[in-house]
Write a protein that binds this ligand. Structure first.
Ligand code: MN
Length: 191
């Protein structure tokens, strides 16, 4: 059984102007696809042939970890958006964010800061720990919080390939605009 590029839950142009069709074409169509292809080549004949991505993230190292985590991270990232997204999280997630960060605005500010200050390539995550507490964590390169037994709730990709076509070097502007397309209903189900 080989890994496949999952379908996007929206059309390539549907997230404009926050994420352009051109960026989706490259980020999803080329980068995400390439991680899938490389992973399939790397696992062949290893103990990770037929393994789940979660097992790969927790146990693999080197190229298999890097490509496996990047497949998972991008699938999670792309499934967090909706053309009708934005606004604020409601219900349990909304309450948990208020409890942990003081307010939704304060959470956004901290999350954007963590993304903007992450040196080099990586991912910024909202996670839940085993006691149910929320936290914001930075991960370099392909890093994924599942490896530390944390539950991922939301992520933003801060690799330049995620924003360079639309925002050039303005990573903070890109992160700030992503809130307009977050599908809080779907993200809230991850809590
Ligand atoms: Mn990416």
């Amino acid at each position: 059984m080989s890994f496949k590029l999952p379908e996007l839950p929206y059309g390539q142009k549907d997230l404009e102007p926050v994420i352009s069709a051109k960026t989706i074409e490259f980020h999803y169509g080329k980068h995400h696809q390439t991680y899938v292809n490389k992973l399939n080549n790397l696992v062949e004949g290893t103990k990770f042939d037929g393994a789940t991505l979660e097992k790969i993230i927790k146990e693999a190292d080197g190229g298999i970890f890097n490509n496996g985590a990047q497949v998972w991270n991008h699938t999670f990232y792309f499934s967090s958006f909706s053309p009708s997204g934005g606004g604020e999280p409601e219900g349990d997630l909304g309450h948990a964010i208020e409890r942990e960060f003081g307010s939704f605005d304060k959470f956004k500010e901290e999350f954007e800061k963590a993304g903007a200050t992450l040196f080099g390539s990586g991912w910024v995550w909202l996670v839940k720990d085993s006691k149910g507490a929320l936290d914001i964590v930075q991960e370099s390169n392909a890093g994924n919080p599942l490896r530390k037994d944390l539950t991922p709730i939301l992520t933003m990709d801060v690799w330049e390939h995620a924003y360079y076509l639309d925002y050039q070097n303005r990573r903070p502007d890109h992160l700030q605009s992503l809130w307009k397309i977050i599908d809080w209903k779907k993200v809230g189900e991850r809590l």
